[in-house]
Ligand binder design. Structure first.
Ligand SMILES: CC(C)(COP(=O)(O)OP(=O)(O)OC[C@H]1O[C@@H](n2cnc3c(N)ncnc32)[C@H](O)[C@@H]1OP(=O)(O)O)[C@@H](O)C(=O)NCCC(=O)NCCS
Length: 189
């Protein structure tokens, strides 16, 4: 059985136990404001070398400023994590960043990503944000996942986040929206 709860500070480094393996065949680029899909293959055997060393201090900083860390475990093994930063960004200072969202390879396509996204957006709403900001890995699957959940390309990329991840696709999710709301479904042709 998969159970979820907020993570303790002592569990922060468990995020690197998530199985990151993935084969990527296409990536998106942003050209004149439009998403263009390009064939590019990456066989990710796990977390990129140096990723844990580089990001662990950043994750602790994030935790210590009150970010929301939420984990999913099965029989003691962590299988998914979402992190929502607590620091408001954007020209209106009304956006919170979804800093991390990962589901272990064998647990993908089963609704856990959607569940974590939904919980993070509820938390962002509770904290008073109008939008959730996502600097998404440009792989086809990742971007399609966020688009499917209702995120769209931001017209106001955060300069600092864009500097850190220029290849990412920078998206926002409007928190006035609810996932799969009747309104959305009726709007679809
Ligand atoms: C992206 C990721 C978090 C999605 O999690 P997941 O558990 O596989 O996604 P879900 O099963 O909850 O899917 C949610 C919705 O997205 C859709 N979706 C999932 N994978 C998809 C894909 N490859 N292409 C298009 N839509 C997809 C599902 O159909 C589902 O919609 P539905 O509920 O209407 O059927 C997960 O695949 C992952 O960890 N990938 C590797 C790491 C990564 O890219 N993280 C994001 C970094 S920014």
């Amino acid at each position: 059985m998969i159970t979820g709860r907020e993570m303790l500070r002592t569990e922060v480094e468990q995020v690197w136990q998530i199985d990151r393996r993935e084969v990527i065949h296409h990536i998106y680029c942003l050209e004149n404001g439009a998403l263009v899909l390009k064939p590019e293959t990456y066989d990710m055997q796990g977390w990129p070398k140096g990723e844990a060393e580089k990001y662990t201090p950043i994750l602790y900083e994030c935790y210590d400023r009150g970010a929301w860390f939420y984990g999913l475990w099965e029989e003691g093994k962590i299988v998914g994590v979402a992190i929502l930063d607590r620091m408001f960004i954007g020209s209106r200072v009304d956006q919170l960043q979804l800093k991390f969202l990962h589901v272990s390879r064998d647990y993908r396509q089963g609704g856990l990503g959607r569940l974590l996204f939904e919980l993070a957006s509820m938390k962002a709403r509770e904290w008073g944000a109008n939008k959730m900001y996502i600097s998404a890995t440009p792989s086809e699957r990742t971007v399609d996942f966020y688009l499917k959940l209702g995120a769209h390309i931001t017209d106001e990329p955060d300069p600092e986040l864009l500097r850190l991840e220029p290849e990412d696709i920078h998206l926002v999710f409007e928190l006035g929206r609810h996932l799969d709301s009747t309104e959305d479904r009726e709007a679809d042709p």
